[in-house]
Design a protein around this ligand. Structure first.
Ligand SMILES: Cc1cc2nc3c(=O)[nH]c(=O)nc-3n(C[C@H](O)[C@H](O)[C@H](O)COP(=O)(O)OP(=O)(O)OC[C@H]3O[C@@H](n4cnc5c(N)ncnc54)[C@H](O)[C@@H]3O)c2cc1C
Length: 343
């Protein structure tokens, strides 16, 4: 580890604005997002003595925290809850002086250096940035969906499943998340109806076997939800068979939507190179198209989407950020020495 990074300046700057003085915090490293990628980046950067600031946004632990039972994170042979794992990761990072702030980033300016990061709480300048903003659930985009969010429409069985004790719920989707969450819902619900637009599931074979063997699970194939209906709360979904175009109503009190994910990259549009699907483009060293800006986890990974992969990428991004700062400090010092010599 280079000593140069230890001598970096953490001083606070003060900028005078029209309304008065606004404090701007200057940081060596800001990490946006507190899922597995962000928290692991925080741990590694903390151990490199960068005193990173992790900005949490709306969901501490990210997507991982919505998972009730994680059976594939190494070191936990009995499995571990997603939130419990995130809490462990956070206390590990904090042990090495990573700071965690419950602030959501509202905009960034990556065209200036240091980079500018605005949150609802304030303004930060960062010499390096690691973006770990993950993904959000894709919405159905049908009438009634937005109206009933929180009143029958949900994107998180772990968060809301308990409210559906002895009720009938539908799950929309046919991938891993749909089946995983559908199976979780069978703990509470009387019946779980999985509506999928194709004639076969995309989920892994183990999940498929478990779902088919569960007497509470029923499948409705070749069908799409056209409308979520109700009064104060959800009462039914209108479903269309994609082969026959026949429509029918399925009575239900809960609609759980798992039809894919959208990367949380709106903040970085026109500032970083993105794929056509909106994921941040990185190289093998987690570098983005802007030097000093790194991305890790699901926000740059449409392929694996696993906690262990996100955590690994977060670690790699932090190592890279430390190297960048050390090299920059060395170059700045050399430039300064050159100038002094010339005087
Ligand atoms: C239902 C479900 C079950 C899963 N089960 C498993 C499993 O069993 N095993 C497994 O390995 N993986 C599982 N996954 C996948 C796993 O959860 C993800 O791969 C992992 O969480 C990705 O981590 P991440 O840190 O990249 O992003 P996320 O965990 O999504 O975290 C994103 C973070 O960014 C923050 N953020 C976003 N926008 C902003 C902003 N503007 N300002 C500040 N912060 C912001 C969020 O608040 C959040 O803290 C599951 C996923 C789902 C949805």
């Amino acid at each position: 580890m280079s000593d140069i990074s230890l001598s970096l300046d953490f001083s606070r700057l003060t900028q005078t604005e029209e309304e008065g003085a606004e404090e701007i915090q200057e940081r060596d490293l800001i990490i946006i997002g507190a899922g597995p990628a962000g928290l692991t980046a925080g741990l590694y950067a903390g151990r490199a003595q960068l005193r990173p600031l992790i900005l949490v946004g709306q969901s501490f632990g990210g997507q991982a925290a919505t998972t009730s039972e994680m059976e594939n994170y190494p070191g936990f042979p009995e499995g571990i809850g997603g939130l419990a794992l995130a809490e462990q990761m956070a206390s590990h990072a904090k042990r090495f002086e990573a700071e965690i702030a419950y602030e959501e980033v509202t905009s960034v300016d990556l065209s200036t250096y240091p980079f500018v990061i605005n949150t609802y709480g304030g303004v930060y300048h960062a010499k390096t940035l690691i973006i770990c903003t993950g993904t959000s659930a894709r919405r159905l985009g049908v009438p009634g969906e937005s109206k009933f969010i929180g009143r029958g429409v949900s994107f998180c069985a772990t968060c809301d499943g308990y409210f559906y004790k002895d009720k009938t719920v539908v799950v929309v989707g046919g991938g891993d998340s749909a089946l995983d969450e559908g199976l979780y819902l069978t703990r509470f619900a009387r019946e779980v109806i999985i509506i999928h637009r194709r004639d076969r599931l995309r989920a892994n074979p183990t999940l498929q076997r478990r779902a088919r063997a569960n007497p509470k699970v029923r499948f409705v194939f070749n069908s799409v939800v056209e409308e979520v209906m109700g009064e104060q709360t959800v009462k039914a979904v209108r479903v269309r068979n994609v082969n026959t175009n026949e429509e029918s109503l399925i009575e239900t009190e809960g609609v759980f939507v798992y039809i894919g994910l959208i990367p949380n990259t709106t903040l970085f549009k026109d500032q970083l190179e993105l794929t056509t699907d909106g994921y941040i483009v990185t190289d093998k060293r987690q570098r983005t198209s802007v030097p000093g800006v790194y991305a890790a986890g699901d926000v740059q990974d449409p392929w694996f989407r696993q906690v262990v992969v996100a955590a690994g990428a977060g670690a790699a991004a932090a190592i890279e950020a430390e190297r960048f700062l050390a090299e920059k400090a060395f170059e700045d010092q050399a430039e300064e020495d050159e100038e002094t010599k010339g005087e």
